[in-house]
Design a protein around this ligand. Structure first.
Ligand code: NAD
Ligand code: 0WE
Length: 258
């Protein structure tokens, strides 16, 4: 079998279930020959993740709540032990407190702001710092994070998550600069709305899907497999000249002004 990622190892954070964008990316990476390690946020999700992981013959599934430094430390020592280095890191983690995704951005609390930034943006820095030495030993690597249009335009109710995604995207650029000399690339995918666990709880999400489908140049919603394929591209040598970039995979929605 020949694949773009033969002999490569990847660590994926953010699989909750089979609808997760992290899972679509995982399937694309596994299909290209990569060996994958997975994390789960809490015991509630462990069984789900273990079953999905075994379907792509993953040798390693570990807990990682990205708000906990000790869990991240344990994760990377286990990954290094299993893989002896790391080629690819996939970040598909976001969280804001429910009330902060409801009313006005104006009402955001200090603690709500802190939590959204910590889980959704700082986590990329914390993970990249731990991944870098493992990737350097492989002669380089690729880091991918998931973002959303709400970072640069106002999407009603996305609120504090939009500000956290702006911070995540700026982090992608600063990390790309820091890590470029070690041949580690850092990129993002800005996906159109997709019906996942994190999205389905949002009131009016179905209406948003309909709106986007009606306006996007391709006149349909984003298929998670399309995000998976773009992720495979960015993580592979096909994208060896691309770093610090955010690519939209949204059926063209973001180009429209009306
Ligand atoms: P999802 O619910 O499947 O994934 C979100 C993941 O974040 C879950 O696996 C959850 O366990 C994890 N997570 C939350 N808090 C965590 C913590 N403290 N520690 C570790 N993990 C934690 O939903 P998804 O839509 O696949 O989200 C994945 C990424 O895609 C997110 O960054 C999201 O912002 C982004 N995104 C989603 C959409 C969409 O419409 N679904 C669009 C663009 C970008
Ligand atoms: O990034 C996201 C959602 C991330 C998210 C979702 C939740 C729901 C459950 C973060 N934190 C939480 N906290 C919870 O308690 N998306 C891109 C999907 C999304 O969420 C929206 C959207 C879109 C699109 C919220 C409001 C408006 C649009």
């Amino acid at each position: 079998m020949s694949g773009l990622l033969e002999e490569k190892t990847a660590l994926v954070l953010g699989v909750a279930n089979k609808r997760s964008i992290a899972w679509s990316i995982s399937q694309a990476l596994a299909g290209a020959g990569a060996t994958l390690a997975f994390t789960y946020q809490s015991e509630r999700l462990e069984q789900n993740v273990r079953e999905l992981a075994s379907s792509v013959r993953s040798p390693l599934v570990l807990p990682c709540d990205v708000s906990k430094d000790d869990e991240m430390d344990r994760l990377f020592s286990a990954v290094d032990k299993e893989f002896n280095g790391l080629d690819i890191l996939v970040h598909c983690v976001a969280f804001a407190q429910r009330p902060d995704l409801e009313g006005e951005y104006l009402a955001t609390s200090r603690e709500g702001f802190r939590i959204a930034q910590d889980i959704s943006a700082f986590s990329l820095v914390a993970l990249a710092r731990r991944a870098a030495p493992l990737m350097t030993r492989r002669g380089g690597g690729s880091i991918l994070a998931l973002t959303y249009l709400g970072s640069e335009r106002v999407i009603p109710k996305y609120n504090v998550m939009g500000v956290a995604k702006a911070s995540l995207e700026a982090s992608i650029r600063y990390l790309a600069n820091d890590l470029g000399q070690r041949k580690i690339r850092v990129n993002g995918i800005s996906a159109g709305p997709i019906s996942t666990l994190a999205a389905r709880g949002i009131p009016g999400f179905t209406k948003m899907l309909e709106h986007v489908r009606g306006k996007a140049p391709l006149r349909r919603n984003t298929d998670p497999a399309e995000v998976g394929d773009a992720g495979l591209f960015l993580c592979s040598a096909m994208a060896r000249g691309i770093t610090g970039e955010v690519i939209f995979v949204d059926c063209g929605y973001h180009i429209m002004g009306m």
